[in-house]
Write a protein that binds this ligand. Structure first.
Ligand code: ADP
Ligand code: MG
Length: 538
């Protein structure tokens, strides 16, 4: 870790910016940042070209924050971006970078009240991030003056060009001082951009990060074509067919990560989620469990997994296909470390085939199509590994305390039958429709509920903002039973227990399982008597 932080240290940045960079979770500068930041700090004009997602905002944002005089009046930097979303994003990043220096960046864009922006501008801001049309509008209304500007950034210049903003940009540039520093960032460099740069930049230094520097590590890479609804099942099978595997599963969103982890737990896996909503302490607690092998499936978002230092991951699973080739390479680089063999698995839905093609082309990765193991194959694999483990225990000979039970078991029973029964007991879950490791079927008559009632487990909880009333309403409406028959709702962070009359319980499960409550799909099943979450198993 220390070593990586040194990457940012080498720029000689002030402690306020360094603190911001650290708190944003950046560990080392991206290639475009490494090359651009030192040059920008010397005051030179720069044309930066690097692919989307490579951290161009911070490449100019860090030096801007560093160079701004927080006590001076007037707007000191203007960043032009093509769309409202990109302007908001860049302003957010600037505000994060400027947080400890107490700098203020304001996004201004069209399609929204200009009055509010005028008010905010009046208060005084250090940096304006705006779309060209709206920025020009403000200049013409004299609600924004660029006479104190020292730095101009044309961000995502290729897109601004495509959107026909050249005239607006020209007009805006004319209102800025001639001795400004002008920066231009773009993913591609069409002719038009070079023309702009010739006219408005002074002896710019061109910094280009070649895309073909990206190469996926040499690990075994497989993709499975699955429909979205099949993903959980596919993941469960893959985990089951690789006994002892350590899985890092990537999801797009926090919500998805939570859902996948909850679902896996529900099926009896030792899984946990980790995402951006977790505090540092929570992150560390989950990581410790993962390192100590108390969980063997970690479901994470890219953000949460960034900077994870775990060396024994056997499988990386892209539960959701990465948004870009860089992210793919980054994700799968988590496995196969320290000379170990690693496997990278990617789920691809039919609509995502183009995305897969792009990843393959850019990262030059050899991703082979795989066929999901059938239930029988999974069963076979589990039997095989169980056989090995039993053999180990047999060789170890450390089982005296079980010998007398064993003798009683085979007393009057064929030893083969006794053993087979024991295996069924151990692997039973796989005979049911939903494969679940070691999760025995729970009967509705044995759920730990009060007399005449059955207690149900539901995969929704406080974390999804549901209240007891929502649960009662949903069950009452969907399963058509009176509200007063629904009792003892206890809501936890990720799950809920509720009691319903025993003779309506099947119906409740039938109507509620896979139904939507408060916008979320929930699984519903008989609760286990002691109220644990079906964590039996491994
Ligand atoms: P670009 O403009 O090149 O498309 P962005 O500037 O939007 O890329 O950055 C993409 C993401 O990468 C952002 O979420 C940003 O916070 C993050 N990022 C930028 N620099 C770093 C870094 N050094 N380490 C980790 N993440 C970074
Ligand atoms: Mg950008």
């Amino acid at each position: 870790m220390e070593k990586n932080v040194a990457g940012f240290n080498e720029f000689g940045l002030g402690s306020e910016v360094m603190k911001a960079v650290t708190s944003m979770g950046f560990e080392e500068p991206t290639p475009i940042q490494k090359k651009t930041i030192p040059v920008l700090l010397t005051g030179k004009d720069v044309i930066g070209q690097a692919q989307t997602g490579t951290g161009k905002t911070a490449a100019f944002g860090i030096p801007i924050v560093e160079m701004i005089d927080k006590n001076a009046q007037g707007v000191q930097a203007i960043i032009l971006a093509p769309t409202r979303e990109l302007a908001i994003q860049a302003a957010e990043e600037m505000n994060k970078l400027g947080k400890y220096k107490r700098l203020h960046a304001l996004p201004v864009y069209g399609g929204t009240s200009i009055e509010r922006q005028i008010k905010a501008l009046k208060k005084g801001v250090h940096v304006v991030v705006g779309t060209p049309g709206r920025v020009l509008d403000h200049i013409e209304r004299r609600t924004l003056s660029l006479k104190d500007v020292r730095i101009v950034v044309l961000d995502e210049a290729d897109e601004m060009l495509d959107m026909g903003f050249v005239d607006d940009i020209t007009k805006i540039l004319k209102t800025t001082p001639a001795e400004r520093q002008t920066l231009l960032f773009s993913a591609t460099m069409p002719e038009g951009i070079l023309n702009i740069s010739k006219r408005y930049m002074r002896n710019p230094e061109k910094i280009r990060i070649a895309t073909d520097a990206l190469t996926a590590p040499k690990i075994s890479q497989i993709f499975y074509e699955v429909r979205p609804s099949e993903k959980i099942e596919a993941l469960a099978r893959l985990i089951d067919s690789d006994d002892g595997g350590i899985f890092l599963v990537f999801c797009h969103t926090k919500k998805e990560a939570d859902e996948v982890a909850t679902n896996l737990k529900f099926r009896g896996y030792e899984a946990d989620a980790m995402h951006g909503d977790f505090s540092q302490a929570q992150r560390e607690a989950v990581l410790k469990k993962f390192r100590d092998s108390r969980i063997d499936v970690l479901v994470a978002t890219d953000v949460a997994a960034r900077g994870l230092d775990i060396s024994n991951i056997s499988h990386v699973v892209n539960f959701s296909i990465p948004q870009n080739p860089e992210s793919y390479v980054h994700r799968i680089g988590r496995t196969g470390r320290a000379g170990r063999e690693g496997v990278a698995i990617t789920f691809v839905t039919p609509r995502e085939e183009r995305q897969l093609k792009l990843i393959k082309a850019v990262s030059k990765a050899d991703i082979k199509r795989g066929k999901l193991p059938s239930k029988e194959q999974v069963m076979e694999a589990r039997l095989e590994s169980l056989k090995d483990r039993i053999q180990e225990v047999v060789d170890d000979k450390n089982f005296d305390r079980y010998l007398s039970l064993a003798e009683r078991l085979i007393d009057g029973t064929d030893p083969r039958e006794a053993l087979a029964a024991l295996l069924k007991f151990q692997l039973g879950g796989y005979e049911s429709e939903t494969p679940s490791r070691g999760r025995e079927e729970v009967s509705l008559d044995d759920t730990g509920a009060g007399p005449g009632m059955a207690r149900l487990f539901m995969t929704i909880g406080r974390g999804q903002d549901v209240k007891a009333g929502d649960i009662v309403n949903a069950i009452s409406k969907k399963a058509d039973i009176p509200r007063h028959d629904i009792k003892n709702v206890s809501i936890f962070d990720t799950f809920t227990f509720v009691e319903v009359p025993r003779d309506s319980a099947e119906r409740v499960i039938e109507f509620m399982h896979q139904s939507i409550i408060s916008g979320r799909k929930v699984a519903v099943a008989p609760a286990k008597p002691k109220g644990d979450m079906g964590r039996a198993g491994r």
